[in-house]
Design a protein around this ligand. Structure first.
Ligand SMILES: Nc1ncnc2c1ncn2[C@@H]1O[C@H](COP(=O)(O)OP(=O)(O)O)[C@@H](O)[C@H]1O
Ligand SMILES: [Mg+2]
Length: 267
């Protein structure tokens, strides 16, 4: 169950876009992949063709003790998505309260999915610290911190180093890594910040994704960058990052085709 958490101290940096396209990239390499949304914006599902009007999700029901796997939707091929769902303020607060106060809450909800053989999980988070990020961190194999090639992202590095995202070490398994998104080689400031982050992060910098208009267009058409614009710079960059993740986590390419499909959870 390799579990990858896509997080950031900042909003609007491309976490959801990266989480979705990594899901597609890992699925293309043969794994069965589940994308889980922990952000109440509930936007991750839109990257997998789930209609805007579809309000289903696991959060509204998770006040009760139940298996979140029941709300997994199939997104074609070996891709699955667990949407946050459309929730009231009260439901959101209950969910966050449970995450923060019941140490077994997340393990109960995600248990069957975490133990599903060969399933790769990519989880998307809201910006900054969250009860979900803190609760899932002990189970995570890798944290991918997404930053922009701008000074605001740069100024948040100490925030990450001082453990402000979860109050502790980000990852005890394979460590935490960074992705610089929307790097723009035409702009001096973007080049300067990218060079600074390359130097500062060293091996922890897993990849750089170019600023690429086809990413926005792919998002608007609810397609992956690989389907929408396979020869784009961003598709190339994300593919490289996915390959590095496969290598670092020792994901068995081809795992996804081995297991039977269960009607109940869609897995
Ligand atoms: N590499 C990129 N090039 C151009 N636009 C991008 C890129 N990555 C993300 N975007 C755009 O940036 C915006 C924010 O992305 P999103 O994934 O919603 O960020 P977050 O989840 O961090 O809030 C979206 O409009 C998305 O289309
Ligand atoms: Mg997002």
């Amino acid at each position: 169950m390799p579990l990858i958490c896509v997080c950031s101290p900042k909003g609007g940096v491309g976490k959801t876009t990266l989480a979705a396209n990594l899901t597609y990239a890992l699925a293309r390499s043969g794994s069965k992949v589940l994308a889980i949304d922990f952000d109440m914006q509930n936007a991750l599902r839109l990257h997998f063709g789930v209609p805007l009007s579809d309000e289903r999700g696991y959060v509204a029901k998770s006040a009760e003790s139940y298996d979140w796997g029941q709300d997994v939707l199939t997104a074609g091929g070996n891709i699955f998505v667990l949407p946050y769902g459309d929730v009231s303020e009260e439901q959101r607060l209950t969910f966050e309260h449970n995450l923060a106060t019941d140490e077994h809450f997340l393990a109960r909800g995600l248990g069957s999915l975490l133990n599903y053989p060969g399933l790769v999980i990519v989880a998307d988070f809201p910006p900054g610290p969250s009860a979900a990020l803190k609760a899932i961190t002990p189970f995570a194999d890798m944290h991918l911190v997404t930053l922009l090639a701008d000074t605001a992202s740069m100024s948040l590095l100490p925030h990450i180093e001082n453990q402000r995202l979860t109050g502790g070490e980000l990852n005890h398994n394979h460590g935490h890594f960074f992705v610089i998104n929307q790097s723009d080689t035409r702009r001096q400031i973007s080049r300067d910040v990218t060079a600074f982050l390359e130097e500062r992060l060293g091996e922890q910098l897993l990849g750089i994704i170019h600023r690429d208009e086809s990413v926005c267009e792919a998002n608007a058409s609810q397609k992956s960058i690989f389907d929408f614009s396979p020869s784009s710079a961003a598709a190339f960059d994300i593919e490289i990052i996915a390959r590095k993740i496969v290598a670092k986590l020792g994901i068995n390419v081809g795992d996804g085709t081995v297991h039977n499909v269960s009607r109940k959870s869609g897995l």
